[in-house]
Design a protein around this ligand. Structure first.
Ligand SMILES: [Zn+2]
Ligand SMILES: [Zn+2]
Length: 775
């Protein structure tokens, strides 16, 4: 296999080639080009406290001297200051914690270090790095769900650098802290890698797991220093302090060198009316307006590979990664037989051996193109690529820059392209580059005060050791502990609050309420991968078409009890699209604005959702073949919602006929959900919505938007607090869309459970005008 070691084309030349493909259409797909300049590296001497043996180990790995930010963060940590290093992809954050940690192990033969990563893959990667350094007496080891029982005892006794994840800490190490007593007593550092991933509900849980860790280590007489590594983010010190509960000092000045990046915003062209839809142009109504971002990205990937450019295409969904890879492979094989072999798909659910093989092949140049979910955001030190294609806005500017940061080697120029999906937020962004390039990166949002997180976590803490008043201070749990006692979960005794039940509290950090579902080939028993619990009903229902590495499977059976889907290989000429039904009832109102005919509310709601059927659609034409019923259980969610009501009189006075209420509200709901990530820095797929011409609880035409996580994740609250800004952007996105009666760029939604029916684009603008005028 031939290996490519240098860029065949510079970014300007490559962009020119990619654009040339679009020639013939009147409008250029490139809406904006931003030049991100190169940066010179700044080094620092090895800190004076560095042990010669530690320094020599790094030098032997080719690290002559550290970068300034590495030395600064390492020295703060060495002095005992909790520190967060928030710099770009490939800026060498590992060295910043390895240096003080290994130095501590070298100078104190009893000291220990605990390293936490959000994924097993990243921990495995770090273990390899430590093994390469080859320091004596460190005995680094990963300790996770895959660690054989017989090895666990050895690790507890002998390893001085344990690499694990918050789930393992929560489920195993903290409940069994007695067996870890020796390790915890000597704990010098806690390293929290990729700490920006601990956001939303998961982040709030991890914040309490870390408080539990601090409490338990204090009981053994240790008070470790925290070293956190983060992607570039807003207010890293604030987020890290909320996460750990201790004051943290930030280092944000990135002194590593970086090549220049040309960043293009790309809007796929409108399809000529005659061309008809295809399976890849995945609009709900079979009336595509724009070429789909998937298809566009697949073509850009194809052209990049033909140009000899090492390229990654990032896409939101697993299915998207599979589709891009298989489409590009097919096009490449048509151009040059065999060239398709140099493109692969990559995602988090793959087994470790598969992932490693793909990573090695891309690093060696054997693979030229990769279509990936954001699994690559974590861990794998895969940088220095010539081009990065981002299929659809990844939800936050922090993620966007992290993905784009995979492009560019020092001294070399690289290309990054954001390909807009047919979606209101993406459309808004490619026409408002100042919203992409002119704003700071978001802060990582987490809320340890969420009672749905705090309550269960207090129970976990109490089961590890009774809670004292000082502990309640630590967890900020005074307000909730009486309630837990009233519910019979905790019992007060003179020495503290006790967990009195047999067994331990069952708490899932990921907040998704279930184990991932394994996808197994029935005939061979081969495990193909996993799908998270939340997506499993929609992706793995019986009859669903499931793609793995470009190979098509059909689901025979979904066993929810055992979390297994059995599939067989088949190539049907249709795709499947699940339909669901949602109901919502208001539990209470936390806050509201009474604006005459318009009301704006924030409150707790109960949401039920059921995947009820799926459509089979013809590959190529998108024609609906049939709709088949499904028998899947209802799922329930108590969460937080923002909603507005408008009186029927105000709607008719504003020019909306009663018969159009449902379509107008539904269209406003879709666009509102689409634009919320602009305000609340969440993921569109984290949010749900419901609109109705008359809701039983509000007795008025109502649009609800809710957090898709138990207890809420702060998104609806943020929408309530910035409602005018949010709804104004929503109105602008709808009214400025050039389509006639609604399209995926404005009011259609890819996740609508009603097949995007009814929708009234024009009247949605009227509804929002009424609401904005009243607010
Ligand atoms: Zn439109
Ligand atoms: Zn809908």
């Amino acid at each position: 296999m031939q290996c490519v070691t240098s860029t065949a084309f510079g970014p300007a030349e490559l962009l020119h080639r990619l654009r040339a493909r679009g020639s013939g259409t009147a409008v250029s797909p490139v809406t904006h080009i931003e030049r991100v300049p190169a940066r010179e590296g700044r080094t620092a001497p090895w800190p004076a406290w560095t042990e010669p043996a530690v320094r020599d180990a790094f030098v032997a790995q080719g690290i002559g001297v550290p970068w300034e930010h590495q030395a600064a963060a390492a020295t703060l940590a060495w002095e005992g200051t909790h520190v967060v290093l928030a710099t770009g992809t490939a800026s060498g954050k590992s060295l910043a914690y390895q240096l003080p940690a290994l130095n501590a192990l070298a100078t104190d033969p009893r000291a220990t270090v605990l390293y936490l990563s959000p994924t097993k893959a990243l921990a495995a990667d770090q273990l390899r790095g430590l093994n390469r350094l080859g320091m004596d007496g460190v005995r680094p080891a990963t300790y996770d769900g895959d660690t054989p029982r017989e090895e666990r005892e050895w690790i507890r006794q002998h390893s001085r650098f344990v690499l694990t994840n918050p789930d393992m800490l929560h489920h195993s190490m903290l409940p069994g802290h007695g067996r870890w007593g020796v390790f915890l007593r000597r704990l010098r550092y806690v390293v929290i890698d990729e700490c920006h991933t601990y956001r939303g509900v998961f982040g709030s849980h991890v914040a309490h797991v870390l408080r539990r860790l601090r409490r338990v280590t204090a009981r053994y007489g240790a008070s470790p220093t925290f070293i956190l590594a983060s992607a570039t983010s807003g207010d890293p010190a604030g987020s890290a302090s909320r996460l750990t509960g201790v004051p943290v000092t930030e280092i944000t000045s990135d002194a590593s060198p970086r090549g220049a990046v040309t960043f293009a915003l790309w809007e796929p062209p409108l399809l000529p009316p005659s061309s008809g839809p295809s399976a890849l142009d995945d609009t709900e109504l079979g009336q595509p307006i724009r070429r789909s971002a998937l298809r566009e990205t697949a073509d850009l990937l194809t052209d990049s590979v033909i140009a000899g450019t090492r390229t990654i295409a990032f896409v939101r969904s697993r299915r998207g990664a599979e589709v891009i890879a298989s489409t590009a492979r097919q096009s490449l094989n048509e151009a040059v037989p065999g060239l398709g072999d140099r493109v692969a798909a990559y995602r988090g659910g793959y087994l470790r051996e598969d992932r490693r093989a793909i990573e090695r092949a891309l690093l060696s140049g054997e693979l030229l193109g990769l279509a990936s979910t954001n699994a690559l955001e974590l861990g794998v030190d895969l940088t220095g690529l010539d081009a990065v294609l981002i299929c659809g806005y990844p939800g936050t500017r922090a993620s966007l820059w992290q993905q784009a940061g995979r492009a560019g080697r020092a001294g070399d120029e690289a290309l990054a392209v954001l390909v807009a999906r047919d979606d209101p937020l993406d459309t808004y962004l490619v026409h408002h580059p100042e919203a992409v390039f002119g704003r700071p990166v978001e802060a990582t949002v987490l809320d340890p005060g969420n009672p749905y997180v705090l309550g269960p976590q207090l129970c976990c803490a109490a089961s590890e050791a009774p809670l004292t008043d000082a502990d309640l201070e630590l967890f900020d749990g005074h307000a909730i502990v009486e309630q837990l006692a009233a519910e019979g979960l905790l019992r007060r005794r003179p020495s503290g609050w006790y967990w009195t039940h047999r067994g331990r509290p069952e708490v899932d950090l990921r907040g998704t309420g279930g184990a991932p579902v394994s996808v197994v080939e029935a005939a061979t028993g081969r495990l193909l991968g996993t799908v998270d619990h939340g997506s499993s009903h929609a992706m793995l229902h019986p009859g669903a078409v499931y793609l793995h590495q470009g190979v098509t499977f059909v689901v025979d059976d979904l066993d929810l009890e055992d979390a297994i889907a059995l599939v067989h290989q088949e190539e049907p000429d249709w795709t499947t699209h699940a339909r669901d039904v949602t109901n919502l009832s208001v539990v209470n109102v936390r806050s509201y604005v009474d604006a005459g005919p318009v009301g704006l509310f924030l409150g707790d709601v109960d949401v039920t959702n059921q995947v009820v059927s799926y459509q089979r659609r013809r590959l190529g034409s998108g024609e609906v073949i049939d709709t088949r019923p499904l028998d899947l259980p209802v799922r329930e969610l108590r969460t937080v919602a923002v909603w507005f009501t408008v009186s029927p009189q105000a709607l008719t006075a504003g020019g909306v006929e009663p018969g159009e209420f449902p379509g107008a509200l539904h269209a406003a709901e879709h666009a509102g959900i689409g634009l919320l990530p602009l305000i609340a820095t969440c993921d569109r797929w984290d949010i749900g919505g419901l609109s109705t011409a008359n809701h039983a609880d509000t007795e008025a035409p109502t649009v609800f938007v809710y957090d898709g996580h138990p207890g809420g994740a702060g998104f609806a609250e943020r929408a309530y607090a910035t409602a005018a800004e949010w709804l104004r952007a929503t109105r602008e996105a709808i009214s400025s869309c050039g389509c006639d009666s609604g399209c995926p760029s404005c009011v259609q939604s890819p996740k609508c459970g009603n097949g995007n029916n009814p929708l009234n684009k024009e009247d949605a603008v009227k509804v929002l005008d009424i609401v904005l005028a009243a607010l």
